[in-house]
Design a protein around this ligand. Structure first.
Ligand SMILES: C[S@@+](CC[C@H](N)C(=O)[O-])C[C@H]1O[C@@H](n2cnc3c(N)ncnc32)[C@H](O)[C@@H]1O
Length: 267
């Protein structure tokens, strides 16, 4: 399955109420969105028809997230949560907007992609779906920090190792999409500061000059699941329902984590 087809399926199964995209280019991934969206790119050149209510931001992702209330476009940065208690008005309370689906496909250097994840996570929660593109380079040249190939993943593939080591509370699912694979991250925790606290230590180890030592497991895609396995998994309906009802992390995350572990086991 090609990366945009997979993304199209994720829009469907995640039934996302909003969408954030980092790296727009000509709009081919943004055109898949039908919900209120924010799309960020300092040099977008959209030539595709866009069919959603979008705030198209001409800035780098770092500058965008440094703004006050960057998600303002998505219902003023807040959205209503249904009140489940009988006799109360249907709108129970307001809370900060949480991103349902995010696609990180901006600058293809490890430190940028990691910061994009950190910034997106601050606006996400356990029921959010965060996708990173180009996580399975096909060869060492494609994974170079200094671009010298047509298709280019850069060294963003390192994000998965960093998340697995520093954030074992998250579930990371590598997906075997064409051409260069994707990573889907579940279980976001906006209050977790580990990546911020360890940022310098992580950079000292992982930000290294070319040539990159891309692990064989990445090049061979040994840990990647098929896109069909993920989009046809049975947990999506329960995830969407719990997320839309505003079920908290303490009740929502554990069942989803267990369901995701089944996917890794069956790969
Ligand atoms: C691979 S393209 C995006 C493709 C698009 N997501 C799609 O699938 O059709 C990467 C884009 O990231 C943008 N970009 C580069 N540095 C960026 C940054 N710091 N913040 C946000 N976008 C950036 C580039 O201008 C480029 O248009």
């Amino acid at each position: 399955m090609k990366r945009h087809e997979f993304l199209r399926e994720l829009h469907k199964v995640s039934a996302n109420r909003n969408y954030l995209e980092i790296g727009v280019n000509d709009g081919r991934s943004l055109t898949l969105s039908r919900v209120p969206s924010i799309a960020i790119d300092p040099a977008f050149k959209v030539v595709t028809e866009i069919r959603c209510d979008v705030h198209l931001v001409k800035a780098t992702s770092d500058d965008f997230f440094a703004r006050e209330n960057p998600l303002q476009h998505l219902k003023g940065g807040r959205h209503p949560v249904r009140n489940l208690r009988k006799g109360r008005s249907p709108i129970g309370y307001w809370r900060r907007t949480t991103l349902d689906l995010s696609f990180i496909d901006g600058m293809h250097l490890f430190e940028y992609a990691l910061r994009d994840f950190m910034n997106v996570e601050k606006h996400s929660d356990w029921g959010s779906v965060i996708v990173l593109d180009d996580m399975l380079p096909r060869n060492i040249d494609e994974a170079a920090r200094d671009r010298h190939t047509g298709a280019w993943t850069g060294d963003v593939y390192k994000v998965v190792e960093v998340l697995n080591r520093y954030r074992p509370d998250l579930v990371t699912v590598l997906v075997d999409t064409q051409p260069t694979g994707q990573l889907v991250v579940f279980g976001a925790d906006p209050d977790n500061t580990t990546l911020h606290d360890k940022y310098d230590e992580i950079m000292a180890e992982f930000k290294v000059p070319d040539p990159q030592k891309v692990p064989e497991a990445i090049l061979e895609r040994v840990q990647a699941v098929t896109p069909e396995t993920l989009v046809q998994a049975p947990f999506w309906r329960a995830l969407v329902k719990a997320r839309n009802l505003g079920v908290g992390r303490s009740r929502g995350w554990e069942p989803l984590r267990k369901a995701l572990e089944q996917i890794s086991v069956s790969r």
